[in-house]
Design a protein around this ligand. Structure first.
Ligand SMILES: [Zn+2]
Length: 361
């Protein structure tokens, strides 16, 4: 549907004519069948040469995402999906299918614009809407962002940092968006080295057809598809994805308990800074009910003026400036005696850990 296109610096055309793409595809499939040799063994994966990041942009879309996911699963590999926010909003079941298939979800803007031609507030909206949509569907907001067309600037980078996003471009461009044949896509992937990332797209049959040969080629070189680390922006082992890796350099997590509640009811709040980066940080706040169930809670803290929440999940924000109040998002969301819930936020400013207080009013 939409091309994610030009890698940094070159002036090549952004969109191949459809007819050319189809002709190239047909030639490519024939060529691949004739020239690509599959490995002679199907041994268990040997990842001794390291990991590479397979990325698929511009999804999800109803016409191809399911086929892509089935092909990736059939070949036993996981990849990173840089979803367009409005596509995610329109196809939430496909986003869930991506997660269920073991894929990692990245942010690729809301409408796939040329962000470097937009104002700061427009960029903020493009990124934040996508964060929120994916958060609502999957339960967690992306940590990786790929700018459409690979176009970036200092304004965009600053907003990425505020949202806790790591910008991911690519090392190898498969050129699938530019009419590359399956054989050419396979050939491009054969250049991948440890830690590197390849650009591909969600919507091309040529790309899906390349996957078995890409996987075979990687295996022959003892490379394995992995996750992209939000800390380093490089491909690493997939099991790094089971817990959120810190953005480097990560401070030692600090926990500040709130004063004990008065009486037997009430609630307590603890805050933990889990990530930080230049100009921003991410914290989780755990709200725990006392010995009585509570139907509403509010967590309040103060921090330096100029510091503000840029993104919040699991709670609703009220108050502003140096005094921050977060309450449960729905007032009918009760918390049983001794039960706890967690909300999280990203903020600009420094990672000064505030001391929260919890109330039930
Ligand atoms: Zn794109």
């Amino acid at each position: 549907m939409i091309d994610s296109a030009v890698s940094t610096g070159s002036g090549r055309s952004r969109r191949a004519p459809l007819r050319k793409a189809l002709v190239m595809s047909a030639i490519g499939i024939v060529g691949a069948a004739l020239t690509v040799a599959l490995p002679s063994t199907a041994a268990a994966a040997d990842c001794s040469a390291g990991y590479v990041g397979l990325t698929f942009d511009d999804g999800p879309n109803p016409s191809n995402t399911t086929t892509l996911l089935n092909t990736l699963k059939a070949n036993g590999v996981r990849a990173t999906m840089f979803n367009i926010g409005q596509n995610a909003r329109n196809n939430p079941s496909l986003v869930r299918a991506q997660v269920d298939a073991g894929m990692w979800i990245g942010n690729h803007s809301w409408t796939h614009p040329h962000l470097t031609q937009m104002s700061g507030s427009q960029i903020q909206s493009e990124l934040q809407q996508t964060q929120q949509a994916i958060q609502q569907i999957t339960g967690s907001a992306p940590r990786l962002f790929r700018p459409p067309y690979g176009e970036t600037n200092t304004t965009l980078k600053s907003i990425e940092q505020q949202l806790g996003l790591r910008e991911i471009i690519w090392d190898v461009d498969s050129q699938d968006w530019n009419g590359a044949s399956t054989a050419q896509i396979v050939q491009a992937a054969s250049r991948l080295q440890n830690g590197q990332i390849i650009l591909m797209h969600d919507q091309y049959a040529t790309t899906v057809a390349a996957i078995p040969q890409i996987v075979a080629n990687l295996r022959s070189r003892n490379l394995c598809p992995g996750m992209i680390s939000p800390s380093t922006g490089r491909a690493v082992a997939p099991d790094g994805g089971t817990t959120p890796p810190p953005i480097s350099p990560s401070p030692t997590p600090t926990t500040t308990p709130s004063p004990p509640p008065s009486g037997q009811g009430g609630c307590t709040a603890t805050i933990q800074t889990v990530n930080s980066w230049p100009g921003g940080f991410q914290s989780n706040v755990t709200v725990k009910a006392g010995s009585s169930a509570i139907s509403r809670w509010t967590v309040t803290w103060s921090w330096p003026s100029g510091q503000s929440i840029t993104q919040l999940w699991g709670g609703a924000l009220s108050g502003s400036g140096s005094s921050v109040t977060v309450r449960n998002a729905t007032y009918n969301g009760s918390l049983g005696a001794g039960a706890s819930t967690t909300f999280g936020f990203t903020a600009n400013g420094t990672a000064a850990t505030p001391t929260p207080s919890c109330g039930t009013a």
